[in-house]
Design a protein around this ligand. Structure first.
Ligand SMILES: C[S@@+](CC[C@H](N)C(=O)[O-])C[C@H]1O[C@@H](n2cnc3c(N)ncnc32)[C@H](O)[C@@H]1O
Length: 248
């Protein structure tokens, strides 16, 4: 087991030009005062209230409703994502748009003390909560932009991005950054929105108004194929889709 803290270990994975960033709030802060986005959904993510209710109330209610009655519970979803990512002891896993660290901590349980789980998010309030709620020594957080990931290429064995791709202004660029962050053979797991064919136009109107984008059933898989992923699996539950694959 390494004597370095999780934040020391994460600094070593950052683009060298960024490694001197502040850690005064318990996470590595690459954004300072810089705002990222201004959609309704984004502003909500930066509020003080949402991080406090997100994991226990908001996510189970909202994402649960989107997954529908036949979708996995939160616990089943975490087990599914761990399987999709084929995590093992010593792995480095990046959780993109980690919010209050709920998924990051779940993934960290599968990688042992020598592994490293890194959560990245733009919201200072979400990350403050993540730091408060995290005891494990193999987890650390970065405040940065998911669409412009700050890590050296090929730093991770696995990358997850759950309940967030639909908030990004440039989702395909974000997926390309995730591919760059992965080592050859690295695994990816995405959970995002799903545009239902029959009510697609309604989905789109709601999406444009709120800043939540709805993805067609082939959109994410096609983008990952173009980025060099294979063995893609696509599962749908209600208004959500789960996609996994492996980088060649
Ligand atoms: C709904 S939460 C998802 C949290 C967690 N991944 C989960 O599955 O519960 C969405 C998160 O995406 C983050 N986010 C949105 N756009 C981002 C961006 N461009 N860069 C980094 N984080 C972003 C928000 O700050 C928010 O914490």
């Amino acid at each position: 087991m390494s004597d370095l803290t999780a934040l020391d270990r994460i600094r070593e994975l950052l683009d060298p030009a960024l490694a001197e960033c502040s850690s005064e709030h318990g996470y590595l802060d690459l954004l300072g005062e810089e705002p990222i986005d201004e959609s309704i959904a984004q502003r909500l993510m930066h509020s003080g209230l949402l991080p406090r209710i997100y994991e226990r109330f908001w996510r189970p209610a909202l994402i649960g409703a989107m997954k529908g009655p036949l979708g996995p519970s939160t616990g089943q979803e975490m087990a599914l994502v761990r399987r999709m990512l084929e995590l093992g002891p010593g792995d480095h896993v990046l959780d993109v748009a980690c919010g209050p660290g709920n998924v990051t901590r779940a993934l960290a349980q599968s990688i042992g003390d020598d592994g490293l789980a890194v959560g990245i998010d733009a919201s200072a309030t979400m990350l403050t909560r993540a730091v408060q709620d995290t005891e494990a020594g193999n987890v650390g957080y970065v405040r940065g932009d998911a669409v412009n990931l700050p890590f050296r290429p090929a730093s991770f064995d696995a990358v997850s991005c759950l309940a967030a791709l639909y908030l990004f202004d440039r989702p395909v660029e974000a997926l390309a950054g995730m591919a760059r962050a992965l080592r050859p053979g690295g695994r990816i797991a995405i959970m995002t929105t799903r545009r239902l064919p029959l009510i697609g136009p309604v989905n789109d109107v709601v999406g444009v108004a709120s800043g939540v984008r709805m993805f067609g059933d082939h959109e994410v898989t096609d983008a990952l194929t173009r980025l060099g992923f294979s063995g893609l699996r696509h599962r749908t539950y209600g208004l959500t889709q789960f996609v996994s694959g492996r980088l060649a």
